[in-house]
Design a protein around this ligand. Structure first.
Ligand SMILES: C[S@@+](CC[C@H](N)C(=O)[O-])C[C@H]1O[C@@H](n2cnc3c(N)ncnc32)[C@H](O)[C@@H]1O
Length: 259
């Protein structure tokens, strides 16, 4: 079971949905009295839904530690056996949950059971992430690390637009999909989190922490970590001079279907 800290989730979702929210239109949040966000974590999407929906938005996660700071209605629960009766919510939504489940279709079936109106999934395609950096080696190394991750992880982390097929397979109708690019930029003036993230590259701590989900022998991963740390040291040098800039785009897909 993969665990996520509130700090990691805050860092990776910071600013997501800050701008254009048109891709959420198909959810018709304005018409909803009750919405459920499953696998809500520390509430990155829950807070957005609460801003957009005049009704009540509940968060649900199997990890109680993540729910403790969210406030509002929150329920501890497993996406595969939701603790709600049939048709309890106008809309059931998740973000970056299905990519972490070995049997995502089972969760979609549960969403369709407890929803009376719409089911929506916001899922990334981690195989299509793109990186641009002022450190020449960073893009190549990020792509090497990503290939090892895609080969080593035991769930479909590239699900993205294919989530729409899961909705159709579970009998949802009128399924639509819209792409939403999540772009992270590190550039001057650097924030505290930027400095921490760049320093972490130079230590190789990020790659070490992801060992369990990366394919390869110890020698292969040691070699990758060695090059990664060298790249990180160059990033730290550029950061000190105010020259470092990195842009990463993660495509998310918002798939919505009617019960
Ligand atoms: C990558 S995080 C996404 C969190 C949040 N939706 C967001 O976008 O920041 C995946 C979340 O799903 C939760 N999760 C994983 N498996 C679950 C399950 N079977 N039932 C409910 N929640 C689950 C994890 O605890 C975690 O909070």
């Amino acid at each position: 079971m993969r665990r996520f800290s509130a700090d990691y989730l805050r860092r990776t979702r910071d600013g997501m949905w800050a701008g254009d929210r048109e891709t959420l239109d198909a959810l018709r949040l304005n018409d909803c009295d009750r919405v459920l966000d499953v696998g809500c974590g520390e509430g990155a999407l829950t807070r957005v839904l609460r801003e957009e929906c005049p009704g009540e938005v509940a968060g649900c996660d199997r990890d109680p530690a993540l729910l403790s700071d969210l406030g509002g209605p929150v329920v501890r629960g497993d996406a595969r056996r939701l603790p709600f009766v049939d048709g309890s919510f106008d809309a059931v939504v998740c973000q970056a949950l299905l990519i972490n489940l070995p049997t995502p279709r089972q969760a979609v079936r549960e969403f369709a059971r407890v929803a009376s109106g719409r089911v929506a999934c916001v899922e990334p395609d981690n195989a299509a992430v793109s990186v641009r950096s002022t450190v020449p080696a960073e893009r190549r190394l990020a792509s090497r690390a990503r290939r090892r991750y895609l080969a080593g992880v035991d769930t479909d982390v590239a699900l993205g637009a294919d989530a729409a097929d899961l909705l159709r397979a579970e009998g949802l109708s009128g399924v639509s999909t819209a792409r939403y690019d999540r772009t992270f930029v590190v550039e001057p003036p650097y924030g505290e989190a930027d400095v921490r993230a760049v320093t972490r590259k130079a230590s190789g701590a990020g790659l070490r922490a992801r060992r369990a989900t990366m394919a390869g022998t110890e020698e292969e991963l040691d070699a990758l970590r060695g090059e990664w740390r060298e790249m990180g040291r160059e990033a730290v040098r550029q950061l000190r001079d105010g020259d470092y800039r990195r842009e990463e785009t993660v495509p998310f897909y918002v798939s919505v279907g009617e019960v």
